[in-house]
Design a protein around this ligand. Sequence first.
Ligand code: CIR
Length: 266
Amino acid sequence: MSLSSFSSPALAWLRGVPDSYPRCLRGNNLPIDVSLARAQHRAYADALAEAGVALSWLPADELCPDSVFIEDTAVLLGPRALATAPGAAARAPEVPPVAEALARHVPLSRMAPPAALDGGDVLRAGDTLFVGLSGRTNERGVSALASVAAREGLAVRPVPLAAGLHLKSVVTLLDPGTLVLLDGALDPAPFLGAGLDLLLVGEPAGANVLALADRVLVSADAPETARRLSARGHAVVRLSLSELHKGDGALTCLSLRSPPPGRWCA
Ligand code: CIR
């Protein structure tokens, strides 16, 4: 595993929150305050900028209520990007504007149905991409990603997901050698077999953290996780995400992150 070259992203792509956001795909009917969602999204962007990450914004799209969850539309593999075929048909129109923007910066590969893959199912740890076989990502999607990833020297390991929206809904990178995993959410064998340490957390919102080189972003809905990470010596940045959680989103899905040349990032 490339433990030494973990980095903060050099650049993060974000997409604004549309007025239509409350009509996004979600498993609840809780009222969403769009103004508050925008303020929370802005604070997320500010936290990335304060960590030295350059931001590139795509405009909100009223026809795409889920478009703020930009991570699902592409996988950035250092010098190359793959535009996905999202597993929810309603989200397919989100991809072309993101793909066009990415193609101006990096060589872009494209995935087409019946392959399906959401970026939220792709968890990078060193030179390995763990890919959730979820309700949104199928075997063909994993194969399509694997062939692009192989060109960058990255291995793909499928991880069956019994519950949860995406792999990164339940497990994310804490630091180059450690994952945060929602206790009991899935079989940890693939991660342990890859030599990774696991920190088991009990708070669902605590399983999705966003690790930067010198700090980690944690949802304010996971106070116990934040406390444990602080106690382990991590510089924790707590962010309120209530309105984005109501859309079944979390920290990682709000950006597409590109590492500096020769490095990798979460
Ligand atoms: C969806 O159901 O697709 C969106 N409402 C939430 C997507 C969250 N994305 C992510 O975790 N990567």
